[in-house]
Design a protein around this ligand. Sequence first.
Ligand code: GUN
Length: 304
Amino acid sequence: MTAQIIDGKAVAAAVRNDVKEEVTKLRAQGFVPGLATVLVGARPDSVSYVTSKRQACAELGIESYHNELPENISQDELLALINKLSADSKVHGILVQLPLPKHINEELILGAVDINKDVDGFHPINVGKLGMKGREPLFAPCTPAGVIELLDRIGAKISGSRAVVLGRSNIVGLPASLLLLGRDATVTICHSRTKDIAAVCREADIIVAAIGKPKFVTAEMVKPGAYVIDVGVNGIPVLNPDGTPAISEKTGKPKQKLVGDVDFDAVKEVAAAITPVPGGVGPMTIAMLMKNTLRGAKHAFGLL
Ligand code: GUN
């Protein structure tokens, strides 16, 4: 069996297009959705993510209000900014790019975001609601919500399935598990202390891999016909034919390529469907952020 390759770029484009259409209609009625982005310091990966998020806003007609703060900003100053944005009626979503510098208490900052503007879904009340029966947060975290969107779009049956989530991070593993549970999957979370992960994975109808280990999930770990969603983004060195690291002529540095947590080439021969890296889950994160921002705006405008 060769798996269906799930085209995350195409699904993300479809989600973004739906958001754009709705935003256009809202703007025509005088309602302008707005997202505040908060970037502390200048980590190259964070700068690049926030730039892409702001570009998406511009494409979709969402106003973005950017806040760039020095690495050494005090916790009190950052907290004051979050309080100001929480009170600003033009702002319907607040995105604090993570990680924050070590001297800042992430829990304190994320807990200060108005839960009705928490488009990342990281506020403990929203995470709590995500895990509770009969409760629904206004927002689910973007990457895990993207995972569910991909499964839905390929027609995977989540209810009654056995789902295994590799990784228990606050950003992906834990909320992905809660979302799957909320959709009536039987969920197992594997982590660094789990015994015989391979045997646990082999039971799964759905595997969500988010552990940050290149090609960790091998074909032998996957039940034939399973759905495999790869959230991993790992840089590994590109090798020359003689096994030495390839060097970029442009930068003089070792060349890198991106691989996921799944051994794609081998697993695609076993799975029913699989996401590639890049081009699978990655593009979904920003698409879902745009969807959440639209939801925050509609909530604020009394249109939900
Ligand atoms: N850092 C890595 N992933 C994310 C994300 O989804 N949201 C935020 N705010 N920061 C991140």
